[in-house]
Design a binder for this molecule. Sequence first.
Ligand code: HEC
Length: 197
Amino acid sequence: MSNEPKEPLLLDHNYDGIQELDNNLPRWWVWLFYITIIFAAVYLVYYHVAKVGDLQAAEYDKEMKAGNAIKTAAMGNFESSIPSLQPSKDAVVIENGRQTYAKFCAPCHRADGGGLVGPNLTDDYWIHGSNYCDTVKVIWDGVPAKGMVTWKTVLKPDEIQSVASYIYTLRGTKLATPGKLPENLAPAKAAGPSSFE
Ligand code: HEC
């Protein structure tokens, strides 16, 4: 066996008759390998030694801050525009508002707006004012002390606009079952101001 001409790339290593061929690796592969080493070194210096780049957690914080700033600005803009808002008459907006109402508001204000825990939204009596912007404001800020949720942290400004526009359409509707009694004014006047407190 030792006298036979030997394939020059064949190594002496012999394992159960299987011999090893010392192939050259393809150049493109070797270059790729070098590049990964260079990349790792650059990465290490950039992120961990010189700390030029932000790591994931820092980047996340930065984006959260930027996102919150946009949100706060948008909320501020909306809040300052409340006094000049008008109810939308757009059928799509009102339909969106109806869906939001059914999901979030009906449990307390009844599906038809007649009132349960929350007051009747179909009558002429309003605790917090009957203008459209009063309605938007009370939905936006809520009345936490009286059990009305602060919706600005749950719903987006346009959702609040659409649900308020929907509520506006409930005013004066005839209810199949009588709604909750007017919460203040009229009966209170007849029976004495303190009897409804
Ligand atoms: C957990 C119960 C609850 C839910 C849910 C709720 N409300 Fe109310 N809401 C109330 C209560 C209670 C009041 C009365 C607050 C007061 O007495 O000052 C109220 C008051 C209101 C008023 C003012 C009524 C007035 O007479 O001035 C509006 C408008 C209103 N809610 C709209 C909504 C909308 C829109 C939603 C859904 C996005 C909603 N509410 C969800 C309990 C609720």
